[in-house]
Structure formats: C-alpha cells, structure tokens
Design a protein around this ligand. Structure first.
Ligand SMILES: Nc1nc2c(ncn2[C@@H]2O[C@H](COP(=O)(O)OP(=O)(O)O)[C@@H](O)[C@H]2O)c(=O)[nH]1
Ligand SMILES: [Mg+2]
Length: 448
C-alpha cells in the first residue's frame, strides 16, 4: 500500500464509461466536509437518499445527484462514508474526479475500501475474500458460494473450532495450575480429547471438500485425452458449438492445449483439447504430449476418446484415468456392430458419432450429471482457497501432534493446541500477514 490509511479517499465504484448512473464513494475523516463542500449546505440525514446539486470549487454546477451520508462506524468501511450517484457520462465522471482532487482527496487504490473495512473489524479476511469472489462470480454456484462466505459462513466454522480448542486448552492448563496429584494424565486426556477430536474431524472433512470449493471458484477442469485422430478436437468443437480447434484426418494436428470456457449444471467449466498421446520424434509434438499428460493429471475429470474401430486402445489410456472419468467411443458410425464394455463401472461410458447432434447432446448431459454429482454446491460452507487449505492443514498437523501427546505427557499438548489456534488466527486474517493482505486486496477493483 502506498497511500496513507489516514487519507480520505474517493473512487468511481461503478464501471467506467457511459451509463445511466455512476456511483462515487468517499471514505475517511474528511468525508463530511467533502459532502458539505460539494452540496454547499449541511450533510443530509444519515443513511437517507437526498437529491442535491453538486458544485465545483469555482461554484460551477457539476450535476444533480443522489447523495448518501453514512457516518462511521455504521458504514461499509467503518469510517465516515459518502456516496454520490451522479449521471453516468464520461464528462460528469471527469468533473467529479477533478472536484474531489481539488478538495485534497486521494484516489483509492484497488480494494482500499474493503481493506479499511477489514482493518476496522467490519469483516474478517474470509468475508473479504467472499466479497472479492462475489464480484468475480460468473456462475450460479460461484455466486452462492461467495455469498455464503461473505456472510460469515467460514467465519462461523472456524469460530466453532476456536471455541473447542480454547475449551481443550482450558482443561489442560487448568489442571496443570491446580494439579490433583493422583491422576493428572488420565483426567487431562479424558477431558481434552473430545474437543480436539471434534475439531480434527471437522478439519479433515473441510480439507476433503476443499477441492470442491476451489473447483467452484476456479471452474472444473475437464481434459479431453486420447490417441491421435481419435476425434478429440471434433468433440471439443461439437461441445463448444464452434470451430475452436483444428480438425484434420492428419494425426498429430493438435499440438498445444486449446481450451474453451463453458457452464455445465451451473458450474464454470474449462474444457481442453490436447495433443494425441503417442511416441513421437517431433520435438514440438513431444512437448504437446507432455502438456497433455500434465493437464490430464491436473484436471478434475478426464474425457478419454477412443475410436470405436479400435476399442482395445483404451488400455493405452487407463494409466491416466481415475474413477468417475468419462470414456467416449467415437466414430460409432464406422463400427455399427461395436458394443462398448460398460463393465468397467468406475467410468461413465458413451458410444457416439460426433457429427450427430443427439449424440453430442447425450455427451453434454452425461458431463452435466458427472459435474453436478461431484461439484454441485451443497449446504455446507467450505474452504475455497489454497490459503484456507494451507492454514487448516497446519492446524490439523498440530492437533494430531497434540492428541499423540495427550496419551503420554498431556501437559505438553498445550503448545500444539496453541499452534493450531495460531493457524485458525491466520485463516481469519488476525495475524499480521501483510504480503497476503496485499495479494488479496489488490485483486479487487478500484472503488471496492
Ligand atoms: N466418421 C466419423 N469421423 C469422425 C468422428 N469424429 C471425428 N472424426 C474424424 O476423424 C478425424 C480426426 O478427428 P480429430 O477431431 O481431428 O481427431 P483428434 O486428433 O483426436 O483431435 C477427422 O477427419 C474427423 O472428421 C466421428 O464420430 N465419426
Ligand atoms: Mg486434435
């Protein structure tokens, strides 16, 4: 952050350019003076919309606007705030910005309003992250997940953990201070264990479901893989409804990854076509194969394409596949008598002619079912970022250590419980992790 946190800041919070209405926000200790200077009169009643004329320093009329005065601490940032809803023309926007600058306001940095809200305790870090995700949300599931997190879902979860851990700590340290000579170790482990095991269970569950949260945020990655000429690019194009990848009867045409973004069952999906898997002398094609394999390993779902005329070539792909992946036998029109082996029930299997609309729709439905089965948003609030996972993993390791000690030297478990509490604090953003803050807040738009 380059600007001082004591500055009064302003920003255009709506998108730049021509619009019916544009919204400017102001936050900081001079907000009241700014409102009064612009409307040349007293501040309107707090939190009521007031129609006012806005004037530049030169007394020239800038625009007529809705003005909102929101004194702290009951405001978004916790500071004195004001909002000006002006007409959304580039020239009004320009005149407003000049007026603010002439009143010595500083243009806000990206995410600075939210950062102030966070620093003033209006939200914790997970709620700020939820807000960032909500602004970026493009699909229904992203919106729902972000909204829950913004409203404190993750906060409630870890506050529960924190209470349990403090309870466990109180048991251990209370008994150390007032030892009942006879049976300290037994009593300690007996009393602290249920609290710790409850948190351990919840953290394990959270980590197990974190991939889902991340997939909802980033989109589910589906990699189309197969031997050259199997019909992979044809499938991508059919699902995309456009010629995204080059289709050719010449093997080895696709050498790089071609991706399209789409939505399946309300989830963002990135569908990628890859180079055909084969041994090759060609350095460029070999690099393509390498990329294909690494994407196949990273993707949440692999769509293996196998020619119906050579069904046994599925065996070449088996080592790349995981349970829940999809096997498509392509070019069904060229092998009318071929019946796919569906006994490998860990995969979904479909036989199709990619040139037939109904077949492509059947594949789309199959993918939608699979994506929804595995990634549909449930009722639980979960971890959605690598940062959350990292904190929870560290907390879990510390708690597993604490439980081990409970059986041997319970009085030593306190340090590990405190380490777990520290990890929870980091999740909340209560520790001073400036670099993390910078990374999170700088990704917001200016004006939020
Ligand atoms: N008859 C028939 N030909 C297909 C089908 N799918 C793809 N092809 C053809 O197979 C060839 C290779 O297709 P392409 O999508 O480029 O395969 P890729 O190398 O796996 O990407 C092209 O000539 C396609 O037109 C299908 O379902 N039926
Ligand atoms: Mg291809």
């Amino acid at each position: 952050m380059s600007g001082s946190p004591n500055d009064t800041i302003f920003a255009l919070s709506s998108a730049p350019g021509r619009a019916g209405v544009s919204v400017f926000r102001v936050s900081g200790k001079n907000a009241k003076k700014i409102v009064e200077a612009l409307i040349k009169g007293p501040c309107p009643a707090p939190r009521y919309a007031a129609l006012r004329k806005l004037y530049a320093k030169s007394d020239q009329l800038i625009d007529e606007a809705l003005v909102l005065w929101m004194p702290g601490p009951k405001s978004f940032t916790g500071e004195d705030c004001a909002e000006f809803q002006v007409h959304g023309s580039p020239s009004v926007i320009e005149a407003m910005a000049s007026a603010f600058l002439s009143l010595s306001l500083r243009q806000a940095e990206a995410g600075e309003f939210t950062r102030r809200a966070f620093e003033n305790g209006k939200m914790d870090l997970t709620e700020a992250e939820g807000l960032a995700d909500l602004i970026d949300a493009e699909t229904e599931s992203q919106r729902q997940q972000a909204l829950r997190q913004m409203q404190g879902g993750l906060r409630d979860l870890y506050e529960g953990w924190r209470e349990r851990l403090l309870d466990a700590l109180a048991q251990i340290e209370g008994e150390i201070d007032f030892p009942d000579e006879e049976d300290i170790p037994d009593t300690l482990s007996h009393k602290a264990y249920p609290y710790l095991s409850e948190v351990i269970e919840a953290m394990r569950k959270g980590l197990m479901e974190a991939d889902k949260g991340e997939a909802i945020r980033h989109g589910v990655e589906i990699a189309i893989i197969g031997r050259p000429n199997a019909g992979k690019s044809t499938l991508l194009n059919a699902l995309a409804g456009r010629e995204a990848a080059i289709v050719s009867s010449e093997a080895g045409t696709t050498r790089d990854i071609v991706s399209i973004n789409t939505v399946l069952s309300g989830l963002a999906v990135r569908l990628s076509d890859t180079a055909g898997l084969r041994d090759t002398e060609n350095a460029i094609e070999a690099e393509g194969v390498k990329r294909a394999l690494s994407l196949a390993a990273e993707a949440q779902i692999r769509l293996a394409v196998v020619e119906s005329t050579e069904p046994e070539s599925l065996l070449d792909l088996i080592s790349q596949l995981e349970d829940g992946d999809v096997v498509v036998y392509s070019k069904a029109d060229l092998a009318p008598n071929f019946v796919p082996d569906v006994s490998r029930e860990t995969y979904s299997v479909l036989s199709m002619n990619s040139q037939k609309k109904d077949d492509v729709e059947a594949l789309r439905e199959l993918l939608e079912a699979e994506v929804s089965r595995r990634f549909a948003i449930g009722d639980d609030v979960g971890l959605t970022r690598a940062r959350h996972k990292d904190c929870v993993k560290r907390g879990l390791v510390a708690l597993e250590r604490a439980v081990e000690k409970l059986g041997i030297a319970p009085e030593l478990a306190g340090d590990d419980i405190r380490a777990a509490l520290h990890a929870v604090k980091e999740l909340a953003g209560e520790t001073d992790i400036e670099s993390v803050f910078d990374r999170i807040f700088s990704r917001f738009c200016v004006g939020k």
